[in-house]
Structures are given as C-alpha cells and as structure tokens.
Design a protein around this ligand. Structure first.
Ligand SMILES: O=C(O)CCC(=O)C(=O)O
Ligand SMILES: [Fe+2]
Length: 278
C-alpha cells in the first residue's frame, strides 16, 4: 500500500492473487480517504521513533537482550536460530522481539514501552481502515469486520525483527522460512533492504518466488489464511519468505486476528449454489 499525496493514487494490491481494488470507485472513495489518513499518522511514528528503537534494541549486547528473553507467552526477545518453521532444517537467521496482547511491555530502552503502545494503537487503526476497504470489495457492509467478535476486540501481535546472514534455500537456510500468516492480515513495515519474496501461486510446483520491491514510506499488506477462508478463496493468503543477502535488515510485522469468540465462516457474499463454502 503506497502513501501518496494524491488520494486517487492510493491503491491496495493483493499481490498473491493480483487482485487490485480500484479506489477510484466511488463506494470505496471515502474508505480510501480514511485509510490514507490512518497511514499518515503511522508514518510519523515509524520514521520518528520506531525505526530508531528497532535498531537500537538489536544493537544492545546479547546479555542485555537476554534480560528481555521471551516469557511463557512468547513475549520478549528470541535469539538467532530459535524460530523454526515446518520443513526447515535450520532455524531462521533472525532475532526478534515479540509483543503480544497480554502482559506488560518491558521498558528495555527509555521510552520503549510508550512508543510500542503508540505504534500498536496506530497500526491497528490502519488495519481497521484496510478491513473496511476489504469489506466493500467483498460486497458486505463496510463495517462488517468492526463487529465486537471480529475487529471490535481483535487479537493483535507485533514482532520487531532483525535479519542477518546469507540465506541458501538449497540448504534450507533462510532469514525467514516459507509460510503464510495464519490471521486475517499482516501490516508489514520494512526498511529498504529488498529481501522479502512472495509466491503468487502457492499450488504450483516448482514454486516461483519474486522479490517484493521496497517502496519508501509504504506498508506491505499480507493476506492471512483466515481471510482466505472467510472469503472462500477470493483472497488468497500470501506465501512468503525472507532471503538474507548479508545486509542487516529490519522489519515489523503487525498481525491482526478477530477475537477468540469469532466463528469463522464463509461470508454470505462469497458463496452461491454453484460456489459452495470450501
Ligand atoms: O520480515 C519480513 O519481511 C517478513 C516477516 C514475516 O513474514 C513474519 O514474521 O511472519
Ligand atoms: Fe509472515
């Protein structure tokens, strides 16, 4: 999602299925305007605070970072090689700091907690604005996903990540192994190191991987498995991976899911007699 000065130029592209939502469509216009506004506030926070905090934290000596080691709720620091996805031989060449919904955020650096909380709040505002655009694209009411059991009481998680090292997929060495995110959507803020790849057709063998260009001041929005189910496969979750190229890379995925009370069923507008719920 690109943030530009001209509202008409804002577009959302589901890179996985190559569906482009046309925001020049009058129904979507107002949502696009509030989405853009939400993005503007995020940019301020990211540029002024967050990117600085991210680098500053990972630059601390290992023993300092280990003081913030993740707890039983996974909140906190995870060192290099401690994350391993399905079908991976080695752990990921990344270190990260995970912030869940529960538990307090440690004050690992001065002002850290306040900044994380503010970022959390603003990123959620952006995601809710995206959800309204997605709702219109799926022909349900604009506020469909705002229900209390959906994004009214969402589950949100964020991870600050630092990648290092050189990946070699033939040896199973990755910055982040191939996967799709399981929630509704992920708002991904990255720096300008182009290491993220997506596979547009996850059912095709062999898989074809493409780099996602790094666009200044833009977010990447990944569709998650849950939205694929909700939409009966109209939106496909994005298979993605990170290949390290030896440069340090920093990113912040922000994962959004509905509340635990949400019954996830195929949306009424995404099924018909000929197209039953999968
Ligand atoms: O760092 C990135 O660009 C992607 C991170 C990611 O896919 C994840 O944490 O689920
Ligand atoms: Fe991911």
């Amino acid at each position: 999602m690109e943030n530009k000065t001209n509202q008409e130029e804002v577009s959302i592209i589901n890179v996985s299925s190559l569906t482009c939502i046309d925001l020049a469509n009058s129904n979507l216009h107002q949502s696009a305007a509030s989405l853009k506004q939400a993005c503007m506030s995020r940019l301020w926070i990211f540029l002024c605070h967050k990117s600085w905090y991210n680098k500053k934290f990972f630059a601390l000596p290992l023993e300092e970072k280990m003081k913030a080691l993740r707890n039983e709720k996974h909140q906190g620091y995870s060192s290099v090689l401690s994350h391993i996805s399905d079908n991976q031989i080695h752990g990921d060449y990344k270190e990260s700091y995970f912030i869940g919904i529960e538990g307090s955020i440690d004050d690992v650096l001065p002002g850290w907690r306040e900044t994380m909380e503010k970022y959390h709040q603003e990123a959620l505002r952006v995601c809710k604005a995206i959800a309204r655009v997605l709702a219109l694209a799926l022909n349900v009411d604009e506020d469909y996903f705002d229900k209390p059991e959906m994004l009214g009481n969402p589950l949100v998680f964020m991870r600050l990540i630092h990648y290092e090292g050189i990946s070699d997929p033939s040896k199973g060495i990755y910055g982040c192994g191939p996967h799709s995110d399981f929630g509704m959507m992920t708002l991904l803020a990255t720096d300008n190191v182009m290491d993220l790849q997506i596979c547009k057709d996850k059912d095709m063998e062999p898989r074809k991987w493409e780099y996602v260009p790094s666009i200044k001041d833009a977010y990447i929005v990944n569709i998650g498995d849950l939205l694929e189910r909700w939409s009966n496969g109209i939106f496909k979750s994005t298979l993605h991976r990170v290949l390290g190229n030896g440069q340090d890379r920093y990113s912040i995925p922000f994962f959004v899911e509905p509340s635990h009370d949400c019954l996830v069923e195929c949306l009424p507008t995404c099924q018909s007699e000929n197209i039953p719920p999968k």
